[in-house]
Design a protein around this ligand. Sequence first.
Ligand code: SAM
Ligand code: SF4
Length: 435
Amino acid sequence: MNLADTEIVLGILQNKGFDKTDSANDADVVLLNTCSIRENAEQRIYGRLGNYKNLKGSKPDLIVGILGCMAERLRKNLVEKKSIVDLVVGPDEYRRLPELIDLAYNGDKGIGVKLSKTETYDDIIPHREDGLQAWLSVMRGCDKFCTFCVVPFTRGRERSRSLLSTLHEVKQLSVRGFKEITLLGQNVNSYRDGENDFADLLAACAEVDRSIRIRFTTSHPQDLSDKLLLTIAEHPNLCNYIHLPVQSGSDRILELMNRTYTIDHYQNLIEKARKIIPGVSFSTDIIAGFPTETYEDHVMTLDIMRKVRYDGAYMFKYSPREGTKAYRMKDEVSEETKSKRLHEIIDLQQLISYEKNQELLGTEEIVLVEGLSRKSEKFYAGRTDTNKVVIFPKQNEIVKGSYVKVKLNKATHATLFGDFLDSADISTKNLALTA
Ligand code: SAM
Ligand code: SF4
């Protein structure tokens, strides 16, 4: 999401005549787009500010700005505590950046941290380098207020971008040769544009160009609709992949988190999705050590992982965030216990991913060729529609951005390996499944 926001910021600034440099040493303005979701994300930014302090020593006119969630969360404190910061601009005020940069040039501090109920940057053309993959925000903000999460405070209320402007951007990406588009929102199930919901948006995007794979993230388990599942099954270029964060396997913890679903509901949803979309793969987010989490709660998390058998997971230690409800709960889980539980969760997920990948050996997958493998120029790397990385011997007649059939012959927990079979066409892939 931050990458997509950075492209919007670049689009706004380039419209006003700014250019991008490859190195901070050549820049007049350095902008850091920040995340506040966990403490360590913010710590990294403080580290980076330390580096720019030295640069500013040798270039006193350099403007240093903080954008994004950290700007929203810490506001004026940032300029007061960190003297090298000239600009603090939250996620809904990027249109004012040129004006705020001017202010900073004239010696004032540029601060823009108002949240908006309507800003979607609908009309801004983001600056994107050429490539195969694009990220496209279709919603901003979040109304869910999970008790651990800072997003509703830093990114404001939920609002959707219009379907028409989204389609327009997908068309532009098609003309430029992009092959994979990920639609982004904190909770895409809440997408609305008049009569159209997220399933309508997905279907419309899929129809623009059948050679483009469409992905999306994130779905909240409370309101993943049957219509959305049926839409994924129906359209061959909508990827058979759903990121469905569970956070915890314990109903008691889920309630404390204000996640508004039970594990029973979650499991039923997974079962239903597997029936409607054969071969669908799931990934998830898990938090270890939420306040009051007992060993039994933790075991329930391991249990849901074993039951669902996710293809992948993003796993985190709970990080208390000021201003959230959970921040005021007694944090009874020690750092040591959080780390131990997180390691158990990571170890289990690696084992499950390994086993699931072994089950794929001997099968054929359609892979979007992304380019040479990082480890050897003799191999290509690509991705399945279930978002798994596949490595196979380079074929001279095959170019980056094409789809190929690969027969899998080896796998680790993170990577699949195989032999090239043939070129492939994704526009009919799922038709048999929906017949
Ligand atoms: N909107 C998405 C959803 O609810 O599924 C998640 C967006 S959030 C930016 C990504 C993930 O960060 C969450 O699913 C959660 O697992 C994790 N996260 C959020 N706040 C956290 C916190 N205070 N400590 C640890 N992990 C956190
Ligand atoms: Fe945060 Fe919950 Fe909103 Fe996701 S749904 S962004 S975890 S408040």
